[in-house]
Design a protein. Sequence first.
Length: 582
Amino acid sequence: MISGVSVRIAVTGCAAFVGLIALAQGVATRNAPPAPKTAPSGRPFLASFEDVAVRAGLTAPTLFGNSLTKRYIIEANGAGLAAIDYDNDGWLDLFVPNGSRLEGFGATVAPTSRLYRNTGKGSFTDVTVKAGAALAGWGSGACAGDFDNDGDDDLYVTYWGPNALLVNSGSGEFSEQAARRGVAGPAKEWSSGCTFLDYDRDGKLDLFVTSYQQFDPATTPPPGKSSNCEWKGMPVFCGPRGLPFGRATLYRQLPNGSFEDVSNAAGISKARDFYAFTAVAADFNGDGWTDIYIASDSTPSLLFRNQKNGTFREIGTETGVAFNEHGFEQGGMGIGVGDYNRDGRLDIVKTNFAGDHPNLYRNTGGGIFEDTVLSAGLGINPQFVGWGVALADLDNDGWQDILQVNGHVYPELKDGPGEFYRQTRVIYRNLGDGKFEDVSGLAGPAIGARHSSRGAAFGDFDNDGDIDVAVLNMGERPSLLLNTHRGSAHWIRIELEGVASNRSAIGAVVTIESAGGKQTQAVLSQSSFLSQNDRRLHFGLGTANKVDRIIVAWLTGVTETFPAHAANATVRLKEGSSGTRP
C-alpha cells in the first residue's frame, strides 16, 4: 500500500518480503485511485432490488459490540449468514448468527442467532427456539451440508470460542453436537470461515475451518497504541497486524460420524502466518478433486491444491491468487466462484479493504489465474470495504454479474466526509466480452441504501426464477433484497442429489448447453463472506426456452449427461439416473 503495506513477491515459488514502508497501519490498503470509468453501454438492466425484510418478518437486529465505537477488532468483523432449506419444503430458510458485548448484558438476555422459516407466502416465521437454533456468543461464519447423508441439511457455525454443529433431525429441530463429534475447536480460538467438502472422495463430507486470529482482549493494545492501531492518523482498534495469526484446520469424517483433525497429516498445518476469513472448496484445476481457497486479511491469500492422496499443497503464490496484480498483500474478505467468461473454468472474485480494488481472477487453465480486475472494469470503486459477493446472473441474460455488499469497520468515521461507515451496495453487469459496468444506479433503491454490511447469502427466496440476496447489517436488522426482475429472460435451476457421492453433491460441477453456448457452475458449501448460498444452481438462459443437455461431473470421477429440459423450471438430478456416461 502507499500508506504502509508490506510488499511480497514470488521468489523461487515462495513469498518474500521486499520492503516495508513507514507508517504501517493495522490493515492492508494501498490508497489505490479509482480507475477511469468507461462510457455506459446504454443497455437496459432489468434486475431491480427492493428491501422487503421488514414486511417479511426479518426484524431482529445483529449486535457486535458498541455501535458508536469499536475498541477491539472482535467488535468490527461481523458475520455471515446461511440460506438453507432446513425442512425440505422447497423454500429457502435463513439462519442469521449474532454477536455479543465484551462487557456482557447484566440482567438482560444476551442476543442469539435466529432461524427464520420461509412460509412460501412472502414472509418468514421465527422458529429459533422451537428448532433448537438459539446460539449465543460471538458468531462468525456459517456453512451447510448433509454430513450424515440422511437427506437433511446440517449447519456448522463458527465462533470466538467453541464452534457449533447443528445436526438436523429431519423433524424441524437441530441438536448441537460439535464437541461430541470432535469439531468444537479450541475454547479460546476465534474461528471465521468453514466449508463442508469431500476432499478424499469417500462419499462422506469432511469439514475445513479457518481461524482469523488468536484474539485475547487482555493482551490486545487499546486504540491508538501503535501504528497498527491507526487509520490514516485516527486512533482505531488494533489489528489485524500486530496480533497473533490464525490457522486452518481440516477434519476428516470417520465411519462413525465423528471427525478427526488431520491438519498435520494432510499438509494444511504447513501454511503459517495468515489472518483467514472465507474458505471456498471447489475443483479449480478441473482434475476432479476438490481444492480449497482462502481469502486472507492483510496477509497473502491461500490456495490448497488437492494432491489426490489425502494431502494438500499450498500454491497460492505460484497460481496467481495470493496477491493483487502488482504483488501486494490485500485485506481479503469475501469470495465468489463462477465462470464469468463461459470458458468452462471456475474463476474467482475476491473483495478487499478500502483503498484497494477487488480481484477478478480469471482461470487460464489448469488452475492458474490472472487478475483481470482493471481490464474488466472493476477498478472504479476503491472506496468500498467489500464483504459479501457473488458471481451470479442477476438479470437472467446468461452471463454472471457481480453483486457486492460493503461497509467500513470504523464507526468513528461518522459517515464522511470522503469515507463512510455505512456504504451502498454495488452491482457490476457482465457485458459478455470480459468486461463489466457499474449499473448500481439502475438496480433499485435497495442497492443505493447505506448500511455497514458483512455477509450476503444469494438464492431464490421467493422461487420466482431470479436471484435474491439476504444481507447481514451491523447493528441493524438484516436486509432481504428481493429481485423484481422486469424482463422475460428464461432460466433453469439445477438441484443435485449424490448417491455414491455425498448426498449434498458438494463439489460436483454442472455444465449446461443452451442456444449454442455453455455455462458452468460448482456446488459449494461456504462462499461470499462467511456465508452459505443456495446450493441449487441457477442459470439464466436469455431468450433460449430450453437447455439442450446438462452435464454433471460428480465427485466419484463419473460424468453423466442428462437430456434436454424446458426452461423456467427446477430440475432435480440424482446421481446414476441418466444412463449415460460420456
